[in-house]
Write a protein that binds this ligand. Structure first.
Ligand SMILES: NC(=O)c1ccc[n+]([C@@H]2O[C@H](COP(=O)([O-])OP(=O)(O)OC[C@H]3O[C@@H](n4cnc5c(N)ncnc54)[C@H](O)[C@@H]3O)[C@@H](O)[C@H]2O)c1
Ligand SMILES: [Zn+2]
Length: 405
């Protein structure tokens, strides 16, 4: 038996934010990040609409990018005090993910972070509050997914919480929120969405329900991402929908080792003063993983189908895989994303000298590879890597060398 779960309501299109006026409840806590939603005037609108719906509101602000376990615990405490019956999270993937984890702790105060990380092991939520997610970036699709990514900075590891219980009740996908994104954010989140769609399509958990969503998302991202990066606002609008479709696909078909590697490298060098931003990590690793997975016949055929939908040409599946890899690398060039960790600058832009020195990378390689294998996303990857293969793959991602194993 398989399960396909999405939010009960997805409001989309310009002005979708106004759906908040129709919510029923007494108290709504609004969770958000560092200030971009306030600067854009969206936070004020959320407060206004909820008040119009007759609700008392409280703000939990300042959720940092790649949110920590500590922030989750603080937010849950604020919820305990305020006792909301709606949790409304607005912003990028970070504040929405943090709010999802806060929700678990609010409903079950004795739950530890370790408990939350047991895959598909959450107790029933919605005994206290319902959850609405309003995305302002066009990438993570966390507004429709069963996932939340929280970073344990003591361990330097990002942990995915995965359970359909945390699939929001309502998603609001209003493209106006994405208009204020700076170019770099468009690039990174857009390639995150592309990775979601490609990984969902070749995942071992793919099915007839997820395939059309993944393929259509890929076509839309191919058509619109670079244009959106170059400030075409119609393309920006289309990307906001495309990333959401990709999310509907991967929330149910799951992901693969591009994400396992991104999760385990993301914070592994935080002590050197920089993260490898999630979307940028995916963008660098995706072409390598396509080459690795294509050694599996079923995956190779599926990459061939993707290449066909993208009209890349190629006389057989081997050629189609090559053309797909080339295309993805060219997208990275158009979006000013580096190809490998050794050229990943502290600001996420290509740099002659990246921020991760070779000796540090090699010292940590064994543990990163072991952790990536254990990541929740590895199980649905079409090819299961050994420790040795994962280390080799990560080396290819560091040096930008060819994957021939
Ligand atoms: N839950 C999931 O299914 C899922 C999937 C993929 C990634 N993630 C996680 O999501 C996080 C990344 O989320 P993200 O890429 O959306 O970025 P983010 O939420 O970390 O935000 C990045 C920066 O962009 C700013 N910002 C957000 N929206 C803006 C806008 N419209 N205009 C101007 N600035 C804006 C934020 O203030 C922040 O400084 C990572 O922790 C990643 O691991 C989660
Ligand atoms: Zn992602």
């Amino acid at each position: 038996m398989s399960r396909f779960t999405l939010p009960r309501d997805i409001y989309h299109g310009k002005g979708a934010l106004e759906a908040l006026k129709t919510f029923e409840g007494k108290r709504a806590i609004i969770c958000t990040g560092g200030g971009s939603m306030k600067r854009g005037g969206f936070l004020q609108k959320v407060e206004e609409y909820l008040k119009e719906a007759g609700m008392e509101t409280e703000l939990f602000e300042g959720i940092e990018p790649d949110p920590s376990v500590e922030t989750v615990m603080k937010g849950a405490e604020a919820m305990q005090k305020f006792q909301p019956d709606w949790i409304v999270a607005i912003g990028g993937g970070s504040p929405i993910d943090a709010a999802k984890a806060m929700w678990i702790k609010y409903e079950y105060p004795d739950t530890t972070f370790e408990d939350m990380c047991k895959v598909f092991g959450l107790p029933k939520l919605r005994t206290k509050a319902k959850f609405c997610a309003i995305s302002s970036t066009s990438g993570t699709a966390t507004e429709v997914t069963a996932f939340s990514i929280i970073t344990d900075y003591q361990k330097g590891i990002k942990f995915p919480i995965a359970d359909f219980e945390i699939t929001p009740d309502v998603a609001i996908v209003d493209p106006e929120l994405a208009h204020t994104m700076p170019k770099k954010l468009v690039a990174h989140t857009g390639m995150d969405a592309m990775t979601h769609a490609v990984e969902a399509y070749v995942s071992t958990a793919n099915c007839d329900y997820t395939d059309p969503l993944a393929i259509h998302a890929i076509e839309m991202i191919q058509k619109n991402l670079v244009k959106s990066y170059n400030e075409d606002m119609d393309a920006r609008d289309a990307m906001h929908n495309a990333q959401c479709l990709a999310g509907m696909a991967f929330s149910n078909a799951l992901l693969g080792i591009v994400h396992s590697m991104a999760h385990k490298t993301g914070a592994a060098f935080a002590d050197l003063g920089a993260h490898i931003i999630h979307g940028a990590a995916n963008a660098m690793y995706l072409p390598k993983v396509v080459a690795f997975n294509a050694k599996d016949e079923t995956a190779k055929k599926r990459y061939g189908v993707i290449a066909d939908y993208m009209h890349l040409g190629g006389k057989d599946d081997d050629e189609k895989v090559e053309l797909l890899i080339d295309y993805l690398r060219k997208m990275n060039d158009s979006l000013n994303i580096p190809h490998s960790i050794n050229h990943y600058g502290p600001d996420g832009l290509p740099a002659e000298q990246g921020f991760v020195p070779e000796n540090v990378f090699l010292e940590r390689l064994h543990d990163i590879a072991a952790n990536a294998i254990l990541d929740a996303c590895t199980g649905s990857n079409p090819r299961q890597p050994s420790q040795e293969e994962m280390e080799k793959l990560l080396k290819c991602c560091y040096y930008d060398t060819e994957v021939d194993f």
